[in-house]
Design a protein around this ligand. Structure first.
Ligand code: PGA
Length: 238
């Protein structure tokens, strides 16, 4: 039985539905959330028996003239249980805290649980842990403004510089990630916190062993079935 939640963020991978369905089948375990690209949600979801389906983004309106966007009602219809909102890769493309706040509210109205990503850039972390904490707290305050019922909100703490594709080659330590999780939980009582950023089969256990960490958000390593299975196993052993 897997007590910790392991979320696979496939980002814009793989490039075919066939590969997506195959990968999902190989990592279809309890306590796992698989977030494929929108295009593969239905087919991947149809093949899942134990894992839950997640999406990587959502729009804040239910329907209408919003070319290219995906409504929270569409996610609900596709049986999506979780939606990642505010990933740093989307923030880097211009997504603001105001947009993230609207997306969170719209998702909570429609149904999917929210995985809100927060995390500081390297320049902030270099100023120290308390600077990182203030940065994250400011994001949380803006992103969750007016969201009083947070039962269906999870926070993923992802220091931007620790994400495997950030180019820094740096990783956070489980101790510091655990401390940040405690800080977030103190600021938002009752909230569940995941850690994300270069989680692999080698370090997964050392992150999720922290009682303050409810699980992990995994990018690159979730695209390799054997590697991701080891992460799931490591988390289950906690
Ligand atoms: P990573 O990505 O595991 O490849 O560092 C995590 C994320 O960006 O969510």
């Amino acid at each position: 039985m897997n007590k910790k939640l392991i979320v696979a963020n496939w980002k814009m991978n793989p490039t075919t539905e066939k590969a997506a369905v195959l990968l999902a089948k190989q990592v279809d375990f309890k306590g796992v959330v698989i977030c494929p690209p929108f295009e593969f949600l239905n087919r991947v979801g149809a093949g899942l028996k134990k894992a839950s389906l997640g999406a990587q983004d959502v729009f804040w309106k239910e329907q209408g003239a919003f070319t290219g966007e995906i409504s929270p009602l569409m996610l609900k219809d596709a049986d999506v249980k979780y939606v990642i909102i505010g990933h740093s890769e989307r923030r880097a493309l211009g997504e603001t805290d105001e947009m993230i706040n609207l997306k969170i509210k719209a998702s909570l109205r429609a149904g999917p649980k929210v995985i809100l990503c927060v995390g500081e850039p390297l320049a902030v972390r270099r100023r120290g842990l308390s600077a990182a904490r203030s940065f994250v707290l400011n994001q949380l305050k803006s992103d969750l403004r007016g969201v009083s019922d947070r039962r269906n909100v999870l926070v993923a703490y992802e220091p931007i510089w620790a994400i495997s594709t950030s180019g820094t080659g740096l990783t956070d330590t489980p101790e510091k990630a655990g401390q940040m999780a405690e800080y977030i939980k103190k600021s938002l009582p009752g909230i569940k916190v995941l850690y994300g950023g270069s989680v692999t089969s080698k370090n997964a256990a050392s992150f999720v062993k922290y009682p303050g960490l409810y699980g992990a958000l995994v990018g690159g390593a979730s695209l390799r079935a054997a590697e991701f299975k080891k992460i799931i196993k490591a988390a289950a052993g906690q």
